[in-house]
Design a binder for this molecule. Structure first.
Ligand SMILES: [Zn+2]
Length: 239
């Protein structure tokens, strides 16, 4: 083994904790659909909702309803649209119209279809790697510079996360679910289930989400206009 290879191997071994964390993250995310399916009691969608979901372009067998007394929630688990799953709570199904539930499901499925999980971890993983390399090459300034950049890196991670939310909204809009998604967001906000986050909130503001859904529909993209084009109005007033 050449000297370069030996140095490289030593460096890789030196940072085994970092690789272990990255590997655990990838394996854990990939296994998440199976873990949720086994640890929670779930059921398939009712036929009417399955049809609405299929009309929104999402394979109904990829969606499960979570039993239990949680609030109106929906989330995607997994890394890809073929292996991942979307979970919706009974409460969400009960509180929203089928087309609205289908639109929310379409948004969540968009996270899988557009590979948002890997996209979201690019910044933290790249940052951790750069910090590790910097601290190895030049321990004193390397470690300090990395420490000083933790906050900006966290902020950038949040920005990427917010972008993925808008991107998943646009995925739903492209499937014709834009107006129903906007209606679902307004209904959830009116019922007090959506809180506006601060600087480090992973989610964009509701007003910005609805305005973008609205804006693209008005731009003549072929999908139905929002029934009430001032859907964001109640949210603006609440601010
Ligand atoms: Zn989302």
């Amino acid at each position: 083994m050449s000297e370069v290879h030996a140095t490289l191997a030593a460096w890789v071994l030196d940072w085994w904790e970092l690789w272990a964390v990255v590997l655990a993250g990838v394996v854990g995310t990939g296994l998440a659909p199976a873990v949720v399916g086994r640890t929670e009691s779930t059921r398939p969608l009712d036929p009417a909702l399955a049809e609405a979901v299929a009309r929104a372009g999402v394979p109904a067998e990829r969606v499960r309803v979570l039993a239990g007394g949680r609030g109106p929630v929906a989330f995607a688990a997994g890394l890809s649209p073929t292996r991942g799953r979307v979970f919706v709570s009974e409460r969400l199904v009960a509180d929203l119209a089928p087309e609205e539930v289908a639109a929310v499901v379409c948004h969540e499925y968009g996270h899988l279809a557009r590979r948002h999980v890997p996209v979201r971890v690019v910044v933290p993983v790249a940052f951790a790697l750069a910090w590790a390399v910097g601290a190895t090459l030049s321990p004193d300034p390397g470690f300090l510079v990395g420490a000083a950049l933790v906050l900006p890196a966290a902020f950038l991670t949040v920005r990427v996360s917010r972008w993925t939310e808008h991107d998943a909204d646009q995925f739903a809009r492209a499937s014709g679910s834009g107006p129903s998604l906007a209606a679902a967001l307004v209904a959830l906000a009116d019922a007090g289930h959506v809180t506006e986050g601060g600087w480090f909130s992973r989610h964009p503001s509701l007003v910005s989400r609805i305005e973008r859904l609205d804006e693209h529909d008005v731009a003549g993209t072929g999908s139905e206009p929002i029934e009430n084009s001032t859907a964001a109005e109640p949210l603006r007033r609440r601010r």
